[in-house]
Design a protein around this ligand. Structure first.
Ligand SMILES: NC(=O)C1=CN([C@@H]2O[C@H](COP(=O)(O)OP(=O)(O)OC[C@H]3O[C@@H](n4cnc5c(N)ncnc54)[C@H](O)[C@@H]3O)[C@@H](O)[C@H]2O)C=CC1
Ligand SMILES: NCC(=O)COP(=O)(O)O
Length: 324
């Protein structure tokens, strides 16, 4: 089956629109429908001197490469590199409209470009990230996992102050995360008996309780309980050596306790080809790994590889879900 994927450019003053225009020049194992602002895409195409033809649902495409769009105009003029909080409402509307289309079965998966969290909040909309937005919209518990050809890294906690991280690592939360990651690796990625490495929170995984007790009190008992349920879990491992290539080769995924414990390693290994996958949603959602790159917006210098990898990954996940 040929999937139909919703594609949302994200922050219009960032690199999202120009990356979508570049995606429109390519052939994919999926059909793409953009949920976003047509004017921003035309502006980005002109800046990059690339052709772009758009059509609405029901219109006959003028060229074979014409891209279908659900036009969600931004209320405020877009200037590359200078986000406008007044556009937050339409940035979020594009995401929720595309997500609803996936929930309704009109789309088979969702690919998203980068969104600027501070700009959305400055626009008066509480927002810690698209993963949380989609989870609330679908009423699902969702785990963020980034992946590139070298590794998969899931996150126990994501966008919160470091001061709050330890309090969020509870036996229930850890168990829910590990069950979601294990199920996704089996069902979405076709790994029959996935091995998940779990990092400790503290240096040296707590050094037997001398450098913190979260490993002894929370992580080890939770892993033991889940192992008796058949999950293949390694750890808690000291984070500083868990990513050594010889170790990493034995893991299907690594669960990091917080954002900057896992993501710098993954992005250092391969920033260009990494994607961000939401595990636990009823439909596949894959995002770029990078942010809005306001410094590059409108220059044509942004690397489209992550968006391209996200489209390929989402198409594969959607096709697998349809066949299941
Ligand atoms: N998928 C998403 O929606 C993501 C959104 N963000 C948001 O983006 C905003 C900016 O975040 P930053 O920390 O500045 O990260 P960033 O990823 O936007 O930029 C970091 C550096 O990487 C470069 N870069 C980013 N994407 C690139 C590309 N495609 N090609 C070449 N170079 C690229 C930028 O020029 C910059 O030097 C924040 O609001 C953040 O929350 C960050 C990561 C992911
Ligand atoms: N660090 C990942 C990131 O910022 C993107 O997260 P989300 O917006 O996809 O939840």
């Amino acid at each position: 089956m040929r999937p139909l994927l919703a594609l949302v450019p994200g922050e219009p003053a960032g690199v999202g629109p120009e990356l979508v225009v570049q995606a429109a020049q390519c052939d994919w194992d999926a059909d793409l429908v953009v949920f976003g602002d047509a004017a921003s895409l035309h502006r980005a195409a002109a800046a990059l001197s690339l052709p772009l033809v758009l059509h609405r649902a029901g219109e006959t495409p003028a060229t074979p490469r014409s891209l279908e769009i659900v036009d969600i105009p931004h209320p405020h003029q877009v200037a590359p590199g200078t986000p406008e909080p007044a556009n937050a409402v339409s940035v979020i509307a594009a995401l929720t409209s595309a997500a609803q289309a996936c929930l309704d079965g009109r789309m088979h998966g969702l690919v998203t470009g980068p969104v600027h969290k501070a700009v959305i909040n400055d626009g008066g909309i509480p927002y810690t990230g698209t993963t949380g937005l989609l989870a609330a919209h679908a009423g699902a518990e969702v785990v963020m996992m980034l992946a590139n050809p070298t590794m998969r890294v899931a996150l126990q906690t994501v966008h919160l102050p470091l001061r709050e991280v330890a309090d969020r690592i509870t036996p229930d939360a850890l168990e829910r995360t590990l069950r979601i990651v294990d199920a996704a690796l089996r069902l979405q990625f076709g790994i029959a008996a996935p091995v998940i490495a779990v990092l400790g929170l503290n240096p040296h995984a707590g050094e037997d309780g001398h450098l913190g007790r979260e490993e002894l009190d929370i992580i080890i008992p939770t892993l033991e309980r889940l192992r008796s349920d058949g999950l293949h879990l390694v750890g808690p491992l000291p984070a500083d050596t868990a990513f050594l290539p010889g170790k990493l080769a034995g893991f299907d995924a690594v669960l990091a306790m917080y954002h900057d414990q896992g993501l710098p390693v993954l992005k250092h290994a391969d920033f260009a080809n990494a994607v961000n996958i939401s595990l636990g949603l009823p439909y596949p959602r894959v995002a770029v790994d990078h942010g809005t790159a306001l410094d590059l917006a409108g220059t044509g210098k942004a690397d489209p590889s992550s968006l391209f990898a996200a489209i390929r990954c989402c198409a594969q996940l959607a096709a697998r879900q349809a066949d299941a």
